[in-house]
Structure formats: structure tokens, C-alpha cells
Design a binder for this molecule. Sequence first.
Ligand SMILES: [Zn+2]
Ligand SMILES: [Zn+2]
Length: 336
Amino acid sequence: MKPESILCPRPGGLYCAPGGFYIDPTRPVDRAVITHGHSDHARSGHGAVLATAETLAIMQARYGDNFAGAMEAVRYGQKIERDGVEITLVPAGHILGSAQIVIRHKGTTIVVSGDYKRRPDPTCPPFEPVKCDVFVTEATFGLPVFRFPKSEHEIAKLVKSAELFPGRTHLVGAYSLGKAQRVIKLLRVAGYDKTIYLHGAMQSMIELYERHGFDFGPLAPATADKKKDFEGAIVIAPPTALDDRWTRRFSDPLPAFASGWMGVRARARQRHIELPLVISDHADWQELTHTIAEIAPGEVWVTHGSEEALLRWCALNNQQARALHLVGYDEDEGEG
Ligand SMILES: [Zn+2]
Ligand SMILES: [Zn+2]
């Protein structure tokens, strides 16, 4: 069976015609399968949603109890059937609950990666490569210039800076879902045991992770009346808060930002980031190309991001590939 008759791009997203469902639809549909909880992939208003229990919990926290008509939680590895199409969710290593969607129909296997990375992440199980006929990949950082350093190395820079400048408040911009929790966990793994302060917008997702069994050590809200406490402290905030008057409550703030985009010097400069931390929840160029080489699928389909260089790499490596040009998944800088 031609893979295009099993899965094809439609204006609302990737559609599986024989199974009657969309993957990460960008508009309300009857049946949706969701890879993970980031807002460009997980939207409210669908009829029925199939996802991991963690992703459903994230959607519920964001959109309220009635975010979908019906929901079905599946475990990683559990086989589900929809009109003769077998669906399995497999870890993607991106954020808590993130999954690749494996579709099997009449002997053809298609894997939709969703967003993914290959580096270890203390907040979610690692990406599992699945042999397939078609591997549908993202390419957010699909350029050879994107080679991310070890996350531990970036965290060590942050800890060192906090030691060197005890009078300054280290304000770390980190996306509130996934990145913030990973940064805090990495700080703890690195032995940083002081209280970490949180912007108010961080609270609900931190609590959600805590309900899923994560222990982040001592945390406290970054409330205005405690100015003195913040000297030399690390404060985690959504990236948008760094440009905000909110930062004025801190003495001599030192703006940092944890994102794959911080690998681009101009971006860090433009945002007045003194301490860029290149920590991404996406695959960098090496992770993307190594993953394709490892899986060696019949075909690669690229959903969104910088597809051109990746397509060229595929051509040079005799890997059949094409771009799907899906729209609606343009991540904001913070999520990178
Ligand atoms: Zn994502
Ligand atoms: Zn995304």
C-alpha cells in the first residue's frame, strides 16, 4: 500500500484516512492523536483525543476539563486499533508524556516523530527508534550550524556564574512546559541545592510534574517582597518575562535564556541575554541526521522547520525524502 494513502497532509494537519484520525491537528477535528502537550501540537476543541495520560493531563491543566469531547489515555507500547489501523505510542524524549505515533496498516509502518531529541532528559523516557517504511520527522534545528553542547556543560556555566556574581539575580528564561522542569532537574543533578525561585506562570506546570512524581528540591515563588533573598539566586521565568517590568523587582538582574536558539549569537545579543544557555528539547543537526541514518526508513518526510538542508543531506546519503510543508507548528523561540 502506498504510504500516502495511509497518511497525508491536509490543511488541518496529518490525516490518516483509513483510521479516520488526525495527528496534532491545528484545527478542531472529530478524532485526534496528540504527540505532546506543547500548544502548537495540542489544541482544544477536538471530538476525541488519544494521547498518553501525561499529555492529557497537560491539556487539561491548560484548557480545562472540557478540552475535548472524549479522551483516551494510552501507555507507551500499548497497541490500539482504529478501523483496521494499529496505533502505538512510543517515547520521543521531548517532554513529559511526549510520544512518536507509530501507525501500521496492511504491512506498512509509518512513524510520526512529533518533536523529539536524543539527549538524556531527567524528565522523560528516551526516544526509541522504530524501524519503519516512512519516518516523519521535524527539522526545527535542521541546519548544520546547530550542534548543541552537552546540557550539563551549559548548566555548569549557570552554577559557576551564580557563584561568581553573588550580588546578581540570575533570571533564567525557560519555556514553562518541559524546559523549566528540565533546567531545574539538571541543576539538582549538578548538585545545586539552594532554593530555586519561580515566576508565577511556572507554578501550575511544576505542580503537574510534581503530581507525576518529580521532586525538584526546594522551590519558592519569586514574590516582590523578598528582594534580598534573590541576591545570587537563580530565578526561572517564562522567556517573555525577561523583557518585562517584572524584572525590576530583582537587584542587578543577569538575564540568561535556555534555548536551542541561543546557539545563534545574534539572537542572544538581540534579546540582551548575558548568559545564553544552549539547552534544547529538539534534536540538533547531528541528532536529526544520526536518527535518520539509524532508522534508515524507506522514505523520510519532513514536517516543519529548516527542511532544505536536511533534504539535501538525505539526497547525498541516498535517502529518499520529501518536505510536507506543514503549517501551524512554528514554535515560538521559547520552546526551542
Ligand atoms: Zn514541542
Ligand atoms: Zn513543536
